[in-house]
Write a protein that binds this ligand. Structure first.
Ligand SMILES: Cc1cc2nc3c(=O)[nH]c(=O)nc-3n(C[C@H](O)[C@H](O)[C@H](O)COP(=O)(O)OP(=O)(O)OC[C@H]3O[C@@H](n4cnc5c(N)ncnc54)[C@H](O)[C@@H]3O)c2cc1C
Length: 169
């Protein structure tokens, strides 16, 4: 991975030997989607001056970019109980992918919700209230970490902040 304020390149090798590259840019979604055909060239131009092997991860791509906008709910968002309904996964605690936990939380939410309902002994509202309370406590700190990591990766102090993060592990 190589990151700088407002942009970065994150790549990994797949089991079949191909390389999957995420290129992060701080641009409105329409900047990419209005003309996906020229997006690779326009995105590559944002990395002029970067090391050629890194630029090759963009310019040498054999696929059109897939646009994945990053949205997030405010960390620690909660809401009053609405009888008969609940939210889980991204619907409840959408966060940037920079904690690497969104899918894990969504699966755990599903398991915990199922567990709460099965053991509700007929008190469905009580079970949903307890589920939401536990979910808020579980997801809030992760959402905070994700928001902090997003700033670390693409904020004004990138990449120094990222180096410090990994050095601290
Ligand atoms: C670039 C990127 C990288 C990520 N990396 C990681 C990672 O490394 N680790 C990790 O844990 N998480 C990661 N995540 C986050 C993870 O993908 C999500 O947190 C997770 O998919 C949330 O699951 P979900 O079931 O709540 O929502 P979703 O996966 O969004 O599922 C919701 C489903 O509902 C469907 N749907 C929507 N509206 C309707 C409708 N009206 N009727 C019927 N169906 C509907 C959608 O099509 C979708 O299939 C990443 C996300 C992104 C964008």
């Amino acid at each position: 991975m190589a990151v700088a304020p407002g942009q970065g390149i994150l790549a990994h090798r797949n089991a079949d030997g191909s390389i999957h590259t995420y290129v992060a840019v701080n641009r409105p979604e329409a900047w990419l989607t209005n003309d996906v055909g020229s997006a690779t060239k326009r995105v590559a131009a944002l990395f002029d001056g970067w090391a050629p092997p890194l630029r090759a991860l963009i310019a040498g791509s054999d696929a059109l970019p897939v646009v994945r906008p990053i949205h997030a709910l405010p960390p620690l968002l909660t809401w009053p109980r609405a009888p008969g309904v609940t939210l889980l996964g991204d619907a409840a605690h959408l966060m940037s992918p920079f904690a690497g936990e969104g899918a894990n939380l969504a699966m755990l939410d599903g398991a915990e919700l199922g567990h709460a309902l099965v053991h509700s002994s007929g008190d469905r509202e009580g079970a949903l209230a307890a589920f939401e309370s536990d979910m808020f406590a579980r997801s809030g700190p992760v959402a905070q970490r994700s928001a902090a990591n997003l700033s670390r990766f693409f904020g004004p102090d990138a990449p120094t902040d990222v180096v410090e993060l990994f050095a601290s592990r």
